[in-house]
Design a protein around this ligand. Structure first.
Ligand SMILES: [Zn+2]
Length: 354
């Protein structure tokens, strides 16, 4: 799923492409994509509005729209891409495949198309607070993340330490909680924890001040680097102006069995809260009191038994060299999946930009 750097890249691309454009018509062929309106009401509510700006909150895009002839309120269109959502800006005559579920027609003859193979993506249209740029109070309850923005100027190390203080739960799970931090998902949680040398199962409340400071710096560094590289194009993520390259610079994500860039020992993979988690068991240690004798609580692993991974203590030893058979098999699958995703993205771009 696109995370902060990927969504930020899309927002920046869109800013150059559609800021100032006027929406004259809209259509949708998958009712669930529109979370706030039925199709006819959505079309009536969005037509005539100008796109004043493009922003981001957590993993969602925010298109700031002007007031409409029939509505004196400015509006905001929220777009959550979820697993496979893609946005393209093309001329209206460009051929369109069956995965395009929402089309916004612009006055200049172009279209902003929302393409979504798995159809988990969601769009919402709300009245906008002219000061904050966000949906007005009570309009979009539960739609936007409430957590801190890790790249914001006011997200200081002191503020992060304050947020962490007395937080229950394990670092991996906490970093991905959108009401704690907005925009961090599986990829950048793993990468930040590796950079900060912190074990993903470490309990947040056991962090010392220097641990919290390292994690703060690691989060901001990896996210800023990923924004500069236009995000990680690992699955269906691509931006209107093309793929990112951060996937070539990830140090642990989907690299189980490969040598750690710091110590040379193999990266390991476990499942935490139902999500694949990649780390170096040599560089990222649990503190003694958490390591010895304390059984991991059941919530450290998936609630869904099908995705239960090995406990970290069951891995083939800190000194194990090379890939385990399972890692060998998984690595083959990752390569195949990445190759398939890359050709899927290329086909989508070719189809949408021809
Ligand atoms: Zn290492």
């Amino acid at each position: 799923m696109p995370e902060l750097p990927e969504v930020e890249t899309i927002a920046r691309d869109l800013r150059g492409l559609v800021e100032g454009a006027r929406i004259v018509a809209a259509s949708s062929n998958w009712p669930r994509t529109l979370r706030s309106h039925e199709e006819a009401a959505f079309v009536a509510a969005i037509a005539g509005r100008e796109i004043d700006g493009v922003g981001r909150r957590g993993k969602q895009l925010l298109l700031r729209l002007s007031a409409a002839p029939a509505d004196p309120y400015p509006a905001v269109l929220t777009i959550h891409l979820k697993m496979t959502g893609q946005l393209f800006v093309v001329s209206a005559g460009t051929p369109q495949d069956r995965h395009v579920h929402v089309v916004l027609s612009l006055a200049d003859g172009r279209e902003l198309r929302f393409r979504d193979i798995r159809k988990f993506g969601r769009m919402g249209l709300y009245r906008r607070d002219p000061i904050s740029g966000l949906p007005v109070e009570g309009e979009a309850a539960g739609v936007l993340a409430t957590g801190a923005e890790p790249l914001a100027d006011d997200f200081t190390a002191e503020r992060f330490a304050g947020l962490l203080a007395n937080r229950r739960g394990r670092l991996k799970t906490l970093l991905m909680n959108q009401d704690f931090l907005a925009g961090v998902g599986n990829i950048y949680a793993d990468e930040a924890l590796w950079r900060a040398r912190l074990h993903p199962l470490r309990e947040a409340r056991t962090l010392r001040p220097d641990d919290a400071q390292r994690l703060h710096a690691a989060l901001r560094d990896v996210l800023a680097e990923a924004v500069a590289r236009r995000g990680s194009s690992v699955d269906d993520y691509t931006a209107p102006e093309g793929d990112g390259s951060m996937q070539e610079h990830l140090q642990v994500y989907q690299r189980a069995g490969e040598p750690c860039d710091r110590c040379g020992r193999p990266i390991r993979r476990i499942v935490v809260g139902g999500r694949s988690t990649h780390f170096c068991s040599w560089c990222q240690r649990l503190p003694r009191q958490q390591r010895d004798g304390v059984a991991l609580p059941p919530h450290a692993h998936s609630a869904r038994p099908a995705r239960r991974g090995p406990r970290w203590t069951e891995l083939s030893g800190e000194g194990a060299i090379g890939r385990t058979a399972d890692e060998e098999e998984r690595a083959r699958r990752v390569v195949a999946t990445r190759r398939a995703a890359a050709s899927r993205r290329a086909a989508a771009r070719a189809g949408e930009t021809a």
